[in-house]
Design a protein around this ligand. Sequence first.
Ligand SMILES: NC(=O)c1ccc[n+]([C@@H]2O[C@H](COP(=O)([O-])OP(=O)(O)OC[C@H]3O[C@@H](n4cnc5c(N)ncnc54)[C@H](OP(=O)(O)O)[C@@H]3O)[C@@H](O)[C@H]2O)c1
Length: 301
Amino acid sequence: MGLPTNGSTGENQLKFLIYGRTGWIGGLLGKLCEAQGITYVYGTGRLENRSSLEADIAEVKPSHVFNAAGVTGRPNVDWCESHKVETITTNVVGTLTLADVCRSKGLILINYATGCIFEYDSLHTLGSGVGFKEEDTPNFIGSFYSKTKAMVEDLLHNYENVCTLRVRMPISSDLSNPRNFITKITRYDKVVDIPNSMTILDELLPISLEMAKRNLTGIWNFTNPGVVSHNEILQLYKDYVDPNFAWKNFTLEEQAKVIVAPRSNNELDASKLKNEFPELLSIKESLIKYVFEPNQIEVKA
Ligand SMILES: NC(=O)c1ccc[n+]([C@@H]2O[C@H](COP(=O)([O-])OP(=O)(O)OC[C@H]3O[C@@H](n4cnc5c(N)ncnc54)[C@H](OP(=O)(O)O)[C@@H]3O)[C@@H](O)[C@H]2O)c1
């Protein structure tokens, strides 16, 4: 079986097989497919178990496969520092196995990966507006999670059937979700204040479905253009959601004392995605349209 080569797959030929049913992104993908009337099925196999993936594909006969399965660690990626083999089993062995099975069946795999494999450096300094491009080599291996994700991205680059989406600090309009970056930083005792590229899921997950329809592959910085800092987000939160909200900042050095592994801070260059989807909003516009306006408290007259 060959990969689809001639442009888009027709709407009525679409059947998505999605891994990550119980996860945040996987759950949202199912809801989106329902809303758009796209036929979809959640995979029941475990990523590291090749025959279970082959059985799913034989049964479902999908047009495209989506991988939103992976270990991210609970309560956060520090978990991966003390569970290295478990992290490798799913995020390395599992992800590569799924990509390999999909390739052997002639299927495109849309893989929700991470952009937390870069950190600001002398050529991409904080505040310069110069972001890392798709072809840049990852330079952040400070956490085991990021290190293994960077290794996998490099290996997956050899698979012509894989569409790698570099997600960063995902945000959704559901401010009650503890995984949401905004929810996280409003609940911390203290936060750092660093501009970063981020992914507004309400805007970008529908784009990922469209990328499947267009049979796009390769690496994509999957963030809204531009950067936003912690304090800018918290100020918007105060302006739109909770006028009584207050927060305290601390430095990266102080943050290092309360986390196990360092975290990545970077700007990704989103121009490749913007060229494909010219309607893509900048991070600040998207935050307001998709997150803060829908959550705006009613101002009493
Ligand atoms: N959330 C973030 O901050 C973030 C940022 C950037 C990138 N990403 C990436 O995006 C992907 C999805 O993230 P998420 O936040 O939606 O994750 P999540 O909420 O933690 O969900 C992970 C999903 O993966 C499944 N899973 C774990 N190990 C599996 C295995 N071996 N085989 C099959 N399924 C397995 C889980 O199912 P079970 O419960 O059955 O194990 C769950 O459905 C991950 O690869 C993550 O690295 C996330």
